[in-house]
Design a protein around this ligand. Structure first.
Ligand code: NDP
Ligand code: GDR
Length: 333
């Protein structure tokens, strides 16, 4: 008999790739979608899976909708991916971020407990929890020092997941994922902002791209690889915490150089660094030590940094050429 998965955040980047991955494994897939997004499931459309996913309307900050969704779908696995996930916006909306990104995990875990749902649970934790790092590489034991309201909310959700595992014996795992991107990445994140900007400039539709801090370093991988790690965590006999990343890091400047270079352009002719787009507190450098994931899950990233950036640039070129779409207005930070 096929297994059933329930995914919050199915309309987002990871939710879409995870749904695709699970459908290929013959899962029945249900996803929580808020009313505002029910008509804009463009990522599921791009992957050609919209009709194969069961949509349940609800909101992560409304526990009754979560309980009802669990009762209706009877999942074997729950993936809690929904969040206000944009770090930059979290300074302007700290309360919303706390409510959805932080407390949302409490609503989901409580709904599981109160409904008596025996599903295995995955929490989408983040390398942003490490924030102000003290070692060049971060693993499952590295200290947490979040630098944004988003990071603070993710620490709460992560600790609560560990606590429910220890308190109630829940099969609850926390995936501490480093940045992962794809052609389905939201346009507000720096990778997509750069690949879309470079494509628009190459096509003569824009001339400059305004960014913030070009020196920040991140461990960027491909989202399609990372959803497999989520699934692997829930297939283990024992739940746990797992750092997921490539083990390499690059600066925002490197991403610009590769994206523009892929189109035969020099980023220095087009990219400006604008002080108003810098964050109130920055995470300077993140780099994963994914050795536990390699050892226990047998997981490792497949798509390299240059390949990832080229894939995203090519997808944005195709989109702009076929749809004549303009890049988004600057959404700051
Ligand atoms: P996205 O921003 O692409 O997706 C977030 C999803 O959450 C969207 O489907 C969004 O729906 C949904 N959502 C937001 N608020 C609510 C709400 N109140 N109720 C129900 N759904 C809601 O994020 P990603 O796919 O990139 O990330 C998935 C998860 O992993 C997030 O929790 C993120 O914080 C975390 N993460 C991501 C990393 C990355 O590099 N991508 C790295 C580490 C962690 P809507 O469209 O309606 O807003
Ligand atoms: P991040 O991703 O904050 O790491 O969170 P983002 O792409 O937004 O920023 C990465 C780095 O780039 C710098 N930067 C800019 N960022 C944006 N968005 N726009 C700019 O113009 C710009 N210029 C420079 C940022 O300052 C930062 O240092 C992502 C999200 O997916 C989170 O949900 C997830 O938890 C973490 O990755 C791991």
């Amino acid at each position: 008999m096929s297994s059933t998965a329930f995914i919050t955040g199915i309309s987002g980047q990871d939710g879409a790739y995870l749904a695709d991955f699970l459908l290929a494994k013959n899962y029945r897939v249900f996803g929580l979608v808020s009313r505002r997004s029910v008509d804009t499931l463009w990522r599921l459309d791009e992957l050609g899976i919209r009709e194969r996913v069961g949509i349940v309307e609800g909101d992560l900050s409304d526990m009754s909708s979560l309980s009802r969704a669990l009762e209706r779908t009877q999942p074997d696995e729950v993936y809690n991916l929904a969040a206000q996930s944009f770090v930059g916006a979290s300074w302007n909306q700290p309360v919303l971020t706390a409510k959805v990104t932080g407390l949302g995990s409490a609503y989901m875990l409580e709904a599981l407990r109160l409904v008596g749902c025996p599903a295995r649970y995955y929490q989408a934790s983040s390398s942003e929890m490490f924030g102000k790092t003290v070692t060049p590489l971060q693993n499952e034991d590295s200290p947490l020092h979040p630098r944004s309201p988003y990071g603070v909310a993710k620490v709460f959700a992560h600790c609560l997941t560990v606590n429910y595992r220890e308190s109630f014996g829940l099969h609850a795992s926390s995936g501490i994922l480093f940045n992962h991107e794809s052609p389905l990445r939201g346009e507000e994140f720096v990778s997509r902002k750069i690949t879309l900007g470079a494509a628009a400039i190459a096509l003569g539709r824009a001339d400059t791209l305004r960014l913030g801090n070009l020196e920040a370093r991140r461990d960027w991988g491909y989202a399609g690889d990372y959803v497999q790690a989520m699934w692997l965590m829930l297939q283990q006999e024992q739940p746990g915490d797992f750092v997921i990343g490539t083990g390499t890091s690059h600066a925002v400047r490197d991403l610009c150089r590769i994206a523009f270079g892929h189109l035969g352009l020099n980023y220095e002719d087009h990219v400006t660094s604008d002080a108003s787009l810098r964050r109130p507190a920055e995470v300077d450098a993140l780099r994963a030590d994914p050795s536990k994931a390699r050892r226990v899950l047998g997981w490792q990233a497949r798509v390299g940094f240059e390949q990832l950036v080229a894939m995203m640039v090519d997808a944005d070129m195709r989109r702009l050429q076929t749809r004549g779409r303009q890049p988004m207005a600057d959404r700051g930070l």
